[in-house]
Design a protein around this ligand. Structure first.
Ligand SMILES: [Zn+2]
Length: 283
């Protein structure tokens, strides 16, 4: 499945991350994979999401983190309740930013954590599964179908930063494990079809996340993907109309009725264009 060179798996150095002098942790926080959420427009959902992010932050500082940055990465990227966030962090807010769910990550970070993640578009049994927006049927990088977790893990790989932990529904975790096999994880719920879940309670989920983050940062990072150019990206829409529109961008070619593609050498450029195609172009 991962035979292509650009998504090849490699071993990273075997020293625990916490042996480093400064430990900078980047958290990308989504919402559909937060425990006990039944709909993302529920005001309670913002509180549940904020509390799970705080659990991850606490776990990072328990492990010795010296800097934690949180990126609100769901919907309009304005979900976290600022006044309730752990005061030890800085955070990013607002979704009109070029690198979206990974804005602000660079090679100065030690590790990446994903919180509240969900399965990719058209996944069976993934609660509110989607990729970037409801208009995406599938996203492939060099022939491998990936969801938001995979797309973001490749962004981290481009900067040489390991993804060491993910929390979310069972599908989010298993799909990321296809790229990062031994990633630390907390499965906080399991989808029943795509609109119902069996979930841990919020308190149990937060405890599992805090413990899981501390454990993940305390061991050597697992095998990580390599983001090596060139990157051939193909995005299939749920409706040919969006492919009709996207084809007007000079660097974009038409693959079939609902699919467009492009090729670039720098993954951040690929990431930025993916967001144009699945988010801005379809709004
Ligand atoms: Zn998402």
């Amino acid at each position: 499945m991962l035979s292509l060179r650009s998504l090849a798996l490699v071993l990273v150095p075997a020293a625990p991350l916490t042996t480093q002098q400064s430990i900078s942790v980047y958290i990308s926080a989504d919402m559909e994979g937060v425990a006990a959420i039944s709909a993302t427009d529920d005001p309670l959902g913002r509180r549940l999401m904020t509390a799970e992010v705080n659990a991850a932050i606490a776990g990072a500082f328990d492990a010795g983190a010296t800097r934690v940055v949180v990126n609100d990465a769901h919907g309009g990227h304005n979900n976290l309740i600022q006044t309730d966030l752990d005061p030890r962090v800085t955070f990013l807010r607002g979704d009109l930013k070029p690198y979206g769910m990974m804005q602000g990550l660079d090679s100065t970070f030690t590790a990446v954590l994903f919180v509240g993640y969900h399965g990719k578009a058209r996944s069976r049994g993934g609660f509110l599964a989607h990729t970037g927006s409801g208009r995406t049927a599938d996203l492939r990088v060099n022939g491998t179908s990936i969801g938001e977790g995979g797309m973001n893990a490749l962004y981290a790989a481009w900067y040489g930063v390991p993804v060491v932990f993910i929390s979310g529904d069972s599908l989010a975790v298993s799909q990321l494990e296809a790229l990062v096999p031994d990633v630390g994880s907390a499965v906080v719920k399991t989808g029943i079809w795509n609109r119902a879940v069996r979930s841990l309670t919020p308190d149990s989920a937060r405890a599992a996340i805090r413990r899981g983050v501390t454990a993940a940062l305390g061991r050597a990072p697992s095998v990580q993907p390599v983001a090596a150019p060139p990157f051939r990206v193909e995005l299939s829409y749920t409706d040919a109309l969006y492919a009709d529109i996207a084809e007007g961008i000079p660097s974009v070619d038409r693959v079939d009725a609902t699919t467009v593609g492009f090729t670039v050498d720098e993954y951040p450029a690929a990431y930025r264009m993916i967001r144009v195609l699945y988010k801005h172009l379809t709004q």
